[in-house]
Design a protein around this ligand. Structure first.
Ligand code: SF4
Length: 69
């Protein structure tokens, strides 16, 4: 099963700290004014774990999915 990082947007303060930690994974969508996870076949686990650890709102988590993303 594939795992991917997910942001709880209801709790995200848009501090953009995760972009500083993992710019290849997280981005800010200017059109929607929301944080997004950039799609990858495989995510850099260490960087995502670092972003999870440093997120001030504790709103990033790993999710499992059997679906293609
Ligand atoms: S570090 Fe957390 S609170 Fe800050 S923008 Fe990223 S997901 Fe949102």
């Amino acid at each position: 099963m594939k795992k991917f990082p997910s942001i709880d947007l209801g709790r995200c303060s848009e501090c953009k700290g995760c972009i500083e930690t993992a710019p290849s994974v997280f981005c800010y969508n200017l059109s929607t004014s929301m944080m997004e996870v950039i799609e990858h076949d495989e995510f850099p686990e260490d960087l995502v774990n670092e972003a999870i650890k440093n997120c001030p709102e504790d709103c990033i988590s790993w999710e499992d999915s059997a679906l293609c993303r």
